[in-house]
Ligand binder design. Sequence first.
Ligand SMILES: [Zn+2]
Length: 266
Amino acid sequence: MIKEETIGIIGGSGFYDLASSLKEIKVETPYGAASDKIGLGKIAGRKVAFLPRHNKNHDIPPHLINYRANIWALSELGVERIITSHAVGSLQKDYRPGDFVVLDQFIDRTKGRIDTFYDGPIVTHVSTAFPYCPQIRKLAVKKAKEMKLKVHDSGTVVVIQGPRFSTAAESMWYTKMGWHTINMTEYPEIALAREKGLCYTAIGVVTDYDSGIVAEGKVKPVSVEKIVLVFKENMGNIKKLMMEIIKDWPESRTCGCQDVLKNARF
Ligand SMILES: [Zn+2]
């Protein structure tokens, strides 16, 4: 019998209502508690495992998320491919609030977060040159275009430690470097998924412009009302997009993400 794949989804608890016959389970991990119980169910006939990154009550701030426990728990359930969404700020004028970004690079500006499963004795250096799954990224872009969403087919996300936002100077620096978006949760989630040989795809939803680009007068500041409105509108779109991607989820992995450990050990 062919083992049926379980697709991992990390995101807001809003995703829960997409799935049918949802069953919540608690997964014990060697790294402590995951953010929440994992919801097992089906979307478009495919098995899925949901994990709310900040807990269903949204009470875990980005710098205190147990990223290792989260990735370990999904991997323990047999998940090989993860798709996720993040709210992101924009660092560039043409990445407008309401746009979608299929991320392809990250810049790590976090500090003190535990970002590896490999503390020895086997020394392991995993390549993160191209950390996102090329196969699912391509599918995500295709589906977003079919839905007529404004989608950027690539983008670099700067991940800051938080919980404070950037100063205008920090933010201007990121903009000048040509990086596109900013958030607080993308790292080390992706690095840990990569270390486990999992495919990882992240869709950024742009909620507002970051402080530097606003301070420079390149764009007008976005009001809180507008941010809330953009977020609400996009919640429906991101859920629909996830559903469409899962409908066409490829049966086999032709991307090579699973081979990442082959040349990583000495
Ligand atoms: Zn992959």
